[in-house]
Design a protein around this ligand. Sequence first.
Ligand code: ADP
Length: 179
Amino acid sequence: MNDTSKRRIAVCPGSFDPVTNGHLDIIERAASVFDHVVVGVLNNPEKRGLFSIEERIEMLEESVAHLHNVSVGSFTGLLVKFARECGAVTIIRGLRAVSDFEFEFRMASMNRKLAPDIETFFMMTSNEYAYLSSSVVKQVASFGGCVRGLVPVVVEKKLREKFGSGKTTNQYAGLEIEE
Ligand code: ADP
């Protein structure tokens, strides 16, 4: 298996605004199956996120630093084009709930039409992250809720910088609130 042309490369695409422990769980599990995983941050000029693309990449790089076979990049436009540029044979997407399915099914079908040689694989979320999304994390953090354990430490710090220390006595989504 020293032939580098036989390396199985997968792409994990997404917005990662910001990366959560749910994303990391999928990336880590993908990294244990594939020779190399490229995390691709979608740069969509029409959708401004909370974090810039550079910030998202920086947080991701720090969060996957312990994984020797994972790298981080960004792309605009067609995902299958990015996957080809990376030499990837597989696109990995995570599935949380049935509500994810329809969109993912449409995307996978379209990508298959555009690039029949690239397969989309789906990985089921780990139970503890089934409810976790970047938008929930941002909402909780914006109201001063504690997101410890839901995101990597670097993201927790960055969210605090964006929203301030967020001292509040309110409860949000049943999560622990910092006093
Ligand atoms: P997108 O806007 O492309 O859905 P996201 O950053 O929200 O980008 O998600 C990237 C990928 O990670 C998607 O495949 C999504 O389903 C998956 N994902 C996000 N959160 C979780 C989670 N908690 N568990 C499993 N997969 C997840």
